[in-house]
Design a binder for this molecule. Structure first.
Ligand SMILES: NC(=O)c1ccc[n+]([C@@H]2O[C@H](COP(=O)([O-])OP(=O)(O)OC[C@H]3O[C@@H](n4cnc5c(N)ncnc54)[C@H](OP(=O)(O)O)[C@@H]3O)[C@@H](O)[C@H]2O)c1
Length: 232
C-alpha cells in the first residue's frame, strides 16, 4: 500500500429529496468517468442508490453533480481507497487502462486489484462487481476469444488475468463480468448472460447494457465468486 501526497477532495453531496427504496445501497463506483461507469452512475441513481464515484478527475461527472458525492484522489493508493470505502455497502468497478494502453499501464489492473482488495478488507466492505474482459474465456470457440486476445491484445489478457487472480485469492464477495467488444450504442436491456462462458457468437455489447447488468447483479447472492459472460 502506498501513501499519497494528495488529500481526498469531496465535491458535492447529493440531494434528490426523494425517499430511498428499502434496498437502496451505498455504492462506490471506480472508473466512474469511463464509458461503462458513466452508465453505471446513471442506472444506480435511477434505482435510488447512494452513489460515491472515486475518481482522479471529476469533470465528466458534472451532469450528475447534485445527485452524487464525488471523491477525488489517487485510486491506486490503498489508504485513500480505504477512507472512501468506510461505511459503504458495495464497490462497482469499470476501472481500466485508457486505450491505447501505455507501457506504464501494463500492470494497472493487477496493481488496482491488489490495492482494492486489501482496502476493502480493512474497510470491511465485502461485495464487489468488477468489469473484466471476455478474452479470458479459454473455452470460447465461437468466437475464439482467448486466442484473439492472446494474438492481438496479449498485455491486456495478462493484466486482466492477474487482476482476476487477485480477486479470486481474496475472501471478498466478488462477481466478474466479462464483456466482449464494448460499444456506445444505447441501452436495450436485451442481452445474454452465461455463467462461466461467453454467450455463443458474443461479439459485442453496449456499455449501457453492461452497466444495467452490473447494477442488477449486485444483490444476486448466487453470483458471488462467479464469472459472468455477457453479450448481445
Ligand atoms: N474497450 C472494450 O471494447 C472493452 C471490452 C471488454 C472489456 N473492457 C474493459 O471494461 C472496462 C471498462 O471499459 P470502458 O471502455 O467502459 O472504460 P474507459 O472509458 O476506458 O474508462 C476507464 C476508467 O478508468 C479510469 N482510470 C484509468 N486509469 C486510471 C488511473 N491510473 N487512475 C485513476 N483512474 C484511472 C479512467 O479515468 P479517467 O477518466 O481519469 O481517465 C476511467 O474512469 C475496462 O476495464 C476495460 O478494460 C473493455
Amino acid at each position: 500500500m502506498g501513501s499519497s501526497q494528495y488529500a481526498i477532495t469531496t465535491t458535492e453531496v447529493k440531494s434528490s429529496g426523494l425517499s430511498k427504496p428499502r434496498n437502496a445501497l451505498k455504492l462506490v463506483v471506480l472508473g466512474a468517468t469511463g464509458g461503462t461507469c458513466l452508465e453505471i452512475v446513471r442506472h444506480a441513481i435511477e434505482r435510488g442508490h447512494s452513489v460515491t464515484p472515486f475518481v482522479r478527475s471529476p469533470d465528466r461527472l458534472s451532469r450528475f453533480h447534485d445527485r452524487i458525492s464525488v471523491k477525488q484522489s489517487d485510486l491506486l493508493d490503498g489508504a485513500q481507497l480505504e477512507q472512501v470505502l468506510k461505511g459503504q455497502d458495495v464497490v462497482v468497478s469499470g476501472f481500466g487502462p485508457r486505450v491505447p494502453v501505455s507501457n506504464a499501464d501494463a500492470h494497472l489492473l493487477e496493481q488496482f486489484a491488489i490495492e482494492l482488495t486489501s482496502a476493502m478488507s480493512r474497510a470491511r466492505v465485502r461485495r464487489v462487481v468488477v468489469e473484466s474482459v471476455a478474452f479470458l474465456f479459454k473455452n470460447s470457440v465461437l468466437p475464439p476469444a482467448y486466442l484473439l486476445g492472446r494474438l492481438f491484445f496479449p498485455s491486456v489478457v495478462a493484466d486482466a488475468s492477474a487482476m482476476e487472480q487477485v480477486f479470486t485469492a481474496s475472501d471478498l464477495d466478488w462477481t466478474m463480468v466479462r464483456p466482449p467488444e464494448l460499444t456506445d450504442n444505447p441501452y436495450t436491456g436485451k442481452y445474454r448472460v452465461r455463467e462461466g462462458h461467453l454467450p455463443r457468437f458474443g461479439l459485442k455489447i453496449s456499455r449501457a447494457d453492461v452497466a444495467d447488468f452490473m447494477i442488477k447483479v449486485i444483490d444476486d447472492r448466487s453470483s458471488i465468486r462467479k464469472v459472468k459472460g455477457i453479450s448481445n
